[in-house]
Design a protein around this ligand. Sequence first.
Ligand SMILES: Cc1cc2nc3c(=O)[nH]c(=O)nc-3n(C[C@H](O)[C@H](O)[C@H](O)COP(=O)(O)OP(=O)(O)OC[C@H]3O[C@@H](n4cnc5c(N)ncnc54)[C@H](O)[C@@H]3O)c2cc1C
Length: 468
Amino acid sequence: MTDDLLTALRAALPADTVATDDEVLASHSHDDAEWAAYGAPAAVVFATGVDDVSTAVRIAAERGIPVIPRGTGTGLSGGANATDGSLVISLERMTRILAVDAGERFAVAEAGVLNDALRRRVAEDGLWYPPDPASYRISTIGGNVATNAGGICCVKYGVTRDYVIGLTVVLADGRVAKLGRTTAKGVTGYDFVGLMVGSEGTLGIVVDVTVSLLPLGGREERAVVGYFAELSDAGRAVAAVTSAGIIPSALELIDRTCLNAVAQWQGWTLPDGAQALLLAMVDEAGARGDELAADIAGIFADAGGVDVRRADDPDEIDLLFAARRLAYPALERLGPVLAEDICVPRRAVPEMLARIEAAAAEEDVVIANIAHAGDGNLHPLIIAPEGDDDAKARAKRAFDRIVDDCRALGGTVTGEHGVGLLKLPGAAEELSPVVLDLHAAVKNALDPRGILNPGKAFPAAPASKGRS
Ligand SMILES: Cc1cc2nc3c(=O)[nH]c(=O)nc-3n(C[C@H](O)[C@H](O)[C@H](O)COP(=O)(O)OP(=O)(O)OC[C@H]3O[C@@H](n4cnc5c(N)ncnc54)[C@H](O)[C@@H]3O)c2cc1C
């Protein structure tokens, strides 16, 4: 079967687009979720345009071979992990920005364009694409769409879904569908754009993305920084900012373990006794910005924050947020990381942080925390030393327990990384039988042979008996 697939792909696709050497297969067989299972793909197609994607999907579909769409593989849920004998279709060579319309405020980018490249290009025209996953320099816009990526400023400006207005998608039989609009509004037909966003490559392969944009100017950034001697105090400060009705443009939490990892890596020093750092930003201009920054500083201090201060210098703000962005790669240097992505109601952040600390103590595992705290989106990162099977088992127990605690507090198992493979058990608990039936029905309608990224994004549905 593999020989037949390769012969057909090589005959139909441009030279240098079909790779089968071991190194390429290995580096494209999984994403950044170190604990999720993966297999050995038969080949990787490096598509250079929509025709390559369509041809490759058609050839795979005719043979019933699973297709795994892939951006740059920065995913943290196993969503881009290959199965044995599958065909990986990489969009990473599709890096053209096809249009920027400053008057209508939209841009069209091929799926392999990095988030940062899109942001920089539209900034040249005085425009802003807000969704900013911490991976914005290394992840693709196609991957961001497929996972409905969130990010740091999403607490105020929303997630990827809020900006995607059109898509070109290759369907499971190789047909090409143009979905959505470029107008400011539009409700013609079902919202297939909305359906595709966050579908993790299971319903179609995104080849280009139309995003709406905001004007770049008019914002004045002020950061507020506070250290906390207790993680739960930082959690109380987050809940208090929300209940005061303040909507910061960022509210990020980094705990001691992450700060230490970044500090050791980058040669920084930390205040003694600090267990957590909260980084808030407001971007209102003038006196209103000053007022909000002062309010947040007051809330941090009331919740037990020490060394609470303002940072208005753009270079210092960049450095502080760099520490946040470096936290995950810094931790990966310490050992395999099992990354959670729970999202709880914001008022439940202090309680959830306390439960995470209890899980770490009682299961005897190291759990570091970074969080888009203003969204209630927490990333407990469970670290088990390489080769220590007992620690791995304890880490897995802690992972499951945190998912259960999150759901008990009214949360959801994944806020932004997607279900992929890692969150399938949690999603099976969270989604009712009727909702799982709906997933299966949609999948079956769009991909009846089940070739697009099978087994990802949602668990198999048990037969539903009318439960909601
Ligand atoms: C250091 C670090 C920080 C991160 N911070 C954040 C964060 O703040 N917010 C956040 O949301 N995520 C974050 N992530 C996770 C990850 O970067 C995002 O999920 C990102 O959207 C994945 O993009 P990618 O190009 O790497 O996609 P991949 O990992 O290659 O793929 C992700 C999923 O999308 C599918 N897919 C990819 N491209 C396409 C396509 N063109 N069409 C259809 N399906 C496709 C894949 O099959 C897979 O299911 C972070 C990851 C790292 C390593």
